[in-house]
Design a protein around this ligand. Structure first.
Ligand SMILES: Cc1cc2nc3c(=O)[nH]c(=O)nc-3n(C[C@H](O)[C@H](O)[C@H](O)COP(=O)(O)O)c2cc1C
Length: 179
């Protein structure tokens, strides 16, 4: 399945998990990887909207990879949605560009999996933390795939990183939402 992987990390030099996932993504067939901060730094005004929209048009699945920072999207990812998923293209009159495409979110979190539950410290699941992405995807007619989340990733050693890379590759090979 033709896939666009959008990677965002505000401090990629320090990244271990997102870096591992990006490397695996770059090795997969039929997959284009676009790393927002690598292309545009932290300046959303530099987005090449035409090129970014064309990258979406070319695929059936969009994968968004980022670390959870303060239970939120990264700043560049939010800015990207604002500027690239435009009225008349992604929604509104004639805005059907992303309809029917699959949306797969891949995130890493420092906190333990138990934290992300109604009984846990934040009284919220990861699916709930990801509500803005989920709601946005569904609003524009995308197919929401179950998110792939890696928990407790602080100081992940080589074996853990290898496992994360394998789990990511496996999810890319599967589609959980039936056709
Ligand atoms: C500024 C900042 C905020 C963070 N906020 C959260 C958070 O809200 N929840 C959480 O589980 N982890 C949080 N973390 C931990 C990151 O999710 C974790 O470092 C990241 O997923 C690891 O991926 P990386 O190696 O690609 O950076 C935060 C880390 C930083 C630097």
């Amino acid at each position: 399945m033709k896939t666009l992987v959008i990677v965002s990390h505000p401090g990629f030099e320090q990244s271990a998990v997102t870096r591992t996932i990006k490397q695996v993504a770059e090795s997969l067939p039929d997959t284009e990887v676009r790393h927002l901060e690598e292309r545009y730094g932290d300046d959303a005004a530099r987005f090449d909207v035409t090129a970014e929209q064309a990258a979406h048009d070319a695929v059936e699945r969009i994968v968004i990879v980022f670390p959870i920072h303060w239970f939120n999207l990264t700043p560049m990812l939010k800015a990207y949605m604002n500027r690239v998923w435009t009225y008349g293209w992604a929604f509104g009159p004639g805005g059907t560009a992303l309809r029917g495409k699959r949306m797969q979110v891949v995130v890493s979190a420092g906190a333990a999996e138990a934290t992300y539950s109604h009984q846990g410290l934040i009284r919220s699941t990861m699916d709930e933390v990801l509500t803005p992405l989920k709601a946005s995807a569904l609003y524009i007619g995308m197919r929401w795939e179950p998110p792939l989340a890696f928990y407790g990733v602080m100081n992940a050693d080589a074996a853990r990183l290898a496992g994360i890379g394998q789990a990511f590759a496996q999810r890319m090979a599967d589609c959980l939402e039936p056709a």
